[in-house]
Write a protein that binds this ligand. Structure first.
Ligand SMILES: Nc1nc2c(c(=O)[nH]1)N[C@H]1C(S)=C(S)[C@@H](COP(=O)(O)OP(=O)(O)OC[C@H]3O[C@@H](n4cnc5c(=O)[nH]c(N)nc54)[C@H](O)[C@@H]3O)O[C@H]1N2
Ligand SMILES: Nc1nc2c(c(=O)[nH]1)N[C@H]1C(S)=C(S)[C@@H](COP(=O)(O)OP(=O)(O)OC[C@H]3O[C@@H](n4cnc5c(=O)[nH]c(N)nc54)[C@H](O)[C@@H]3O)O[C@H]1N2
Ligand code: SF4
Ligand SMILES: [Mo]
Length: 698
């Protein structure tokens, strides 16, 4: 039935955009807008990587944007800290009060102000432009954005020279794909399509993951190693490549550095040794080495799931050595991809204006230790106590490790907290001011990708809902109220889109088709040319050695290792649930219905030993805290390992806790990143899941 009579034609438009989420796929969106209302969000079929297909989550983007619980007016706290009680105020009241409070603190010490943001939107404009200019000019503390990828990022920087690698489309032509530390079916859907294409063409797929993930189910083989043992496996593979001479001697001689040293290191890792460390059969390691050493072209899809442990940086380095040893890089369907973001010519100086920083850089605070850092008093070596926190594009109360501490920090009565959000998240509940932010349907942005090599432009499809304003707009207004008069504080969101890549990307093409592909060779390192200091793949790193670190990659055991001295017997990992994106979408009913309730996967043997049956409410605990959820007795978990699927909103969980109640603030070997999957726990059936949580260790 037509929705309108011919006399009043329906005002229907289709607007090109980009998925803003922290996902390697960065899909191109087409939003259908009827009479100013977004009625449908689809994948753009003209964008090859998207191929017209979105994941289930973002197909529901309209449901998320028009969610009845969207924050649509500025709110001021009216109840006790953390109560989530607010009253609406005008933008003018909110922003002038915030400007005044920040100015008063800055007059004493601007470093007492801390921005806290991550990749709630990956957009360069709403994520790292006007906000950065504002905090730089203010002289606020800098934030070390480590929560996701910096261990692996440092590993790649060390060995390959940057976040660079294979072009994802060519995985479709590979004959062997190692899917390493990635549940691609859930978290990298469009890569998975390429892998399936390869499978149809006869490729063998191997999944390397402690959990029998949805991806492992669909691969030819699953190597279920213990969490945090990937470097041992990689070194044993190198051992076998050497022993069987499955090496490309010419590639090694021309395009690598430190071969003799790596050779000596790897010879200490016969498969039997690695098998004992990894908890897998020796024969499986030998067979994997044979497959990798003798199949051309062979590709590795490495993902961040394997670097959230103490040795995550070294493990990434070890794996990143493999394709240079076999010369896999020579072929466009060979090599490795962890992140492609380093290929993009982002004009960060212009966008973020670090030149506005005061003389003598402000101190840097690590976002991964926000729990401890909010509780720290002023101290030499740390600097001033954090007095004000401005949170946007992130939900730290739910996603940061050791959340008992994080909650304590956010609950500080003397902390002035501003949160820019779409929803009343766990973090928003602790705000003094809660400001309504626009969603991707309502603002401009421009995007790179960490899984492919196209730039995407996002045009607003609809007007901002209620009084929502874009992040950039909020910081622009705050800058004006604080008297920042540099011309860069007047740039519009659209102007920022143009500045993000300057002349390095064809903006007219972005405007006309919504995306532009970077001009890159098909096989970026076929002739070497790595962006390292030496131009070679650096097995040995002079730079790390100069810092007193190991010049070669090695296996570093987890901080928390099961053994005689361990107080808790089960290794817990907490990878994402498929229908959530970190903690985003947990409040979208249709997606929450698919996930059901917070779950802990536990192997039948471990469950039986604890009188836990499928569906039993359980308490997962260690010295840091206690998390209540329901047991799912399943061989998806290895014996000795449990899987706490993430990341639920605390307030939507069983007793107001989530899995980060038990994770730790210990950091990785490289990159100062969190060690979410390096975590020992005990599990017990609990009759009263609603019982008050155990007190936290001080
Ligand atoms: N649906 C969905 N998609 C997402 C996300 C999401 O939350 N939901 N998150 C996004 C984000 S923020 C990121 S960073 C990316 C990448 O996100 P990743 O964190 O890489 O996510 P996964 O692909 O789930 O990969 C994690 C996999 O690593 C496994 N793993 C855990 N420990 C180890 C280990 O020690 N060694 C090995 N080999 N494997 C291990 C887990 O069992 C899991 O299957 O995905 C993005 N995509
Ligand atoms: N235990 C455990 N913890 C983990 C992980 C794990 O695997 N296990 N994964 C870690 C990883 S990989 C990551 S990346 C982090 C992710 O942690 P976060 O970066 O905090 O990601 P989200 O939980 O998705 O929260 C993003 C928030 O940004 C908001 N947002 C989105 N767009 C906008 C916008 O335009 N403006 C404003 N103002 N807000 C916006 C969303 O509403 C959402 O609440 O979590 C980490 N935490
Ligand atoms: S697959 Fe990733 S990029 Fe694509 S729509 Fe889903 S979350 Fe967005
Ligand atoms: Mo992430």
């Amino acid at each position: 039935m037509p929705l309108s009579s011919p006399a009043e034609p329906l005002q229907r438009t289709t607007v090109r955009g980009a998925c803003p989420h922290d996902c390697p796929d960065t899909c191109a969106l087409l939003t259908t807008v009827d009479e100013g209302v977004a009625t449908r969000v689809q994948g753009n079929p003209a964008h090859p990587h998207t191929g017209g297909v979105l994941c289930t989550k973002v197909s529901r983007y309209a449901e998320r944007s028009y969610h009845p619980e969207r924050i649509l007016a500025p709110l001021k706290r009216s109840g006790p800290k953390g109560s989530g009680q607010f009253v609406p105020v005008s933008w003018d009241t909110a922003l002038s009060d915030i400007a005044q409070r920040l100015q008063a603190i800055a007059a004493r010490d601007p470093e007492a102000i801390l921005p806290y943001s991550y990749a709630g939107t990956m957009g360069l404009v709403q994520g790292e432009s006007m906000d950065r200019r504002f905090f730089h000019r203010l002289g606020a503390s800098l934030l070390d954005r480590t929560i996701c990828a910096s261990a692996g990022g440092e590993g790649l920087n060390t060995t390959l020279g940057g976040k660079v690698g294979m072009r994802v489309e060519f995985f479709a032509e590979s004959q062997l794909i190692l899917i390493w530390g990635s549940n691609s079916v859930g978290s990298n859907l469009h890569f998975w399509r390429a892998a399936q294409e390869a499978k149809r063409r006869g490729a063998r797929l191997v999944c390397i993951d402690p959990r029998r993930s949805e991806t492992a189910d669909k691969c030819h083989e699953h190597l279920a190693l213990r969490p945090g043992t990937d470097a041992a496996l990689a070194l044993a593979l190198v051992h076998e490549l050497i022993e069987n001479d499955w090496l490309d001697h010419d590639y090694i001689a021309q395009h690598t550095l430190g071969w003799e040293a790596l050779r000596a290191r790897a010879l200490q890792w016969p498969p039997a040794r690695a098998a004992a460390v990894c908890g897998v059969p020796e024969a499986q390691i030998r067979q994997l080495a044979r497959d990798y050493g003798t199949t051309r072209p062979a590709a590795i899809r490495l993902n961040y799931g394997m670097q959230r442990v103490r040795g995550g940086g070294n493990a990434t380095r070890a794996v990143a050595c493999l394709p240079a040893l076999t010369g896999a890089w020579r072929h466009r369907a060979g090599g490795l991809l962890m992140s492609s973001s380093g290929h993009f010519p982002v004009q960060r100086q212009g966008l973020q204006r670090p030149d506005l920083l005061p003389q003598g850089l402000p101190r840097t605070v690590n976002m991964s230790t926000i729990g401890d850092d909010l509780l720290r008093p002023s101290a030499p070596g740390f600097g001033p106590r954090v007095e004000a926190l401005v949170v946007y594009n992130s939900n730290p109360v739910a996603v940061a490790p050791d959340s008992g501490k994080v909650v304590q920090g956010f609950a500080r009565e003397d902390l002035f907290t501003v949160v820019l959000e779409h929803f009343h998240t766990d973090t928003a509940d602790y705000a003094d001011y809660l400001l309504p932010a626009t969603t991707q349907l309502e603002h401009w942005d421009v995007h790179l990708s960490y899984g492919h090599t196209d730039v995407l432009l996002n045009r607003p499809a609809i007007a901002p809902l209620g009084q929502a304003r874009s992040n950039a707009d909020i910081f622009r207004d705050l800058a004006a109220r604080m008297g920042f008069s540099e011309p860069c504080f007047a740039d519009s969101d659209e102007a920022l889109c143009r500045q993000a890549f300057g002349d390095a990307v064809d903006y007219a093409l972005l405007e006309s088709q919504g995306f532009a592909t970077l001009a890159l060779p098909d096989a970026p390192f076929a002739e070497g040319g790595f962006p390292t200091p030496s131009g070679k793949c650096e097995f040995y790193s002079e730079r790390l050695a100069a810092q007193g670190l190991d010049g070669l990659p090695d296996h570093l055991p987890n901080h928390e290792t099961v053994g005689d001295s361990a107080r808790y017997p089960l290794a817990m990992i907490s990878p994402p649930a498929r229908h959530f994106l970190n903690s985003t979408f947990v409040n979208v009913q249709s997606l929450r219905d698919i996930e059901g309730r917070p779950l802990l996967e536990i192997h039948p043997e471990d469950a039986a030993a604890r009188q836990i049956t499928d569906g039993t409410p359980v308490r997962v605990f260690n010295d840091r805290g206690s998390y209540a959820c329901h047991a799912q007795v399943s061989t998806r978990a290895r014996p000795g390992m449990v899987v706490g699927l993430g990341i639920w909103w605390r307030k939507l969980g069983l007793n107001g806790t989530n899995v980060n109640e038990v994770t730790s603030q210990a950091l990785t070997d490289l990159g100062r990143a969190p060690t979410f999957y390096d975590c020992l726990v005990e599990v017990e059936a609990c009759a009263h899941p609603e019982a008050p949580e155990t007190p936290h260790a001080a």
